[in-house]
Design a protein around this ligand. Structure first.
Ligand code: SF4
Length: 345
């Protein structure tokens, strides 16, 4: 049986015309049912002839991830723990921002990168997610918001469980499907892919023109990066930055570097100085994120005054920096925290 949500438009076309001997004009209709209307049952495709629906049912499956746990934070952040077809659990988070929602998506079950500040990293890697599973998160998230009469889903960030560039084929396929105006219709500027950075994969992503990634830097020197993200740091920090210097940008675009402030580890003014040395001459901006310790802290949260001082130092040296609010503190919205708890229960 084929998972129909794993087919891109061309593959769906081939499947309908060659396998099911269906007429070509049905392809667009079925595609719209799958992605625009987000049905989870072939019988809901009411303008598709019954015979073709039966053929679809005999050769394909249409499954959305199942909602296992929903948690809503006082600040409106909604965390969904989803159960995939094989029972694997992944997390996705809906974050309210100025009258719209941003959804944080996972791309792998677990993660092989083992960043020392990340609960997902501690779980290790289970497997890659398919396009059906990656975009299934969007279908479930969007339906949840609609059902609860909440604001619309407008932006997507690939910052959930897993390292997106280590699941590159499914990531690129997902980005293409997201961009389709007859499908989910998320234009590239509404999508951010966050990565610790792999030079070969970044080149492929850049050539695809599908998105501008945000690089999880988190340390201003190779030495400190090796300590807090040992596997990611196998790519030398200078090689990574020079690869990003060559990333194809549109005229007003800049590379985003994410910097997670860990209390007493990388949040001093000395670290800010080192960061300026590294980035000062580059076309970039910095997103500062204060570590959210949850109830099983791996590090200390940074002092709020220190976070502000760090930001100010960067601005004083003419680096654009913004502090990203840490949302959903009370519901374990940091990556991997909810799944870690579910495993223990
Ligand atoms: S921070 Fe991202 S790349 Fe690092 S272990 Fe966690 S999920 Fe993996």
């Amino acid at each position: 049986m084929i998972d129909i949500l794993n087919l891109d438009y061309e593959e769906l076309e081939t499947f309908i015309s060659k396998e099911l001997k269906g007429p070509k004009f049905r392809v667009k209709q079925i595609w719209q049912w799958l992605w625009q209307k987000g049905v989870s049952n072939f019988d809901d495709m009411t303008n598709i002839a019954k015979g073709l629906r039966e053929d679809l049912k005999s050769k394909a499956v249409l499954n959305h991830p199942e909602l296992d746990v929903v948690q809503t934070s006082k600040d409106g952040t909604i965390k969904l723990l989803l159960r995939l077809g094989d029972g694997a659990l992944v997390e996705t988070v809906l974050i309210p921002m100025e009258g719209r929602y941003t959804q944080c998506l996972s791309t792998q079950v677990g993660c092989a990168m083992g960043c020392t500040f990340c609960n997902t990293g501690l779980m290790g890697f289970e497997r890659n997610m398919t396009m059906s599973e990656i975009l299934g998160q969007v279908l479930v998230g969007r339906a949840y918001l609609e059902q609860k009469n909440l604001d619309q889903l407008k932006n997507l960030v690939f910052m959930g469980m897993g390292e997106p560039l280590l699941n590159l084929d499914e990531l690129i396929k997902s980005l293409k499907t997201l961009n389709d105006p007859e499908g989910l219709s998320f234009v590239p500027r509404r999508i951010t892919v966050s990565s610790v950075g792999f030079i070969k994969q970044l080149k492929v992503l850049g050539e695809s023109g599908l998105t501008l990634p945000a690089i999880s830097l988190h340390a201003p020197t190779q030495e400190l990066r090796e300590k807090i993200m040992p596997k990611a740091a196998q790519t030398d920090i200078n090689d990574l930055l020079s690869a990003m210097d060559h990333y194809p940008l549109k005229p007003r675009e800049r590379v985003t570097y994410e910097y997670l402030l860990l209390g007493g580890v990388n949040d001093s003014i000395e670290h800010a100085k080192q960061l300026v040395r590294l980035l000062g001459h580059r076309k970039c901006k910095v997103n500062l994120i204060a570590y959210n310790p949850g109830d099983k802290p791996l590090y200390k949260a940074p002092d709020p005054a220190q976070v502000l001082a760090f930001e100010k130092y960067l601005w004083d040296k003419e680096i654009t920096a913004t502090i990203r609010r840490s949302m959903g503190q009370d519901i374990k919205a940091a990556c991997g925290q909810l799944k870690a708890d579910r495993k223990e229960s």
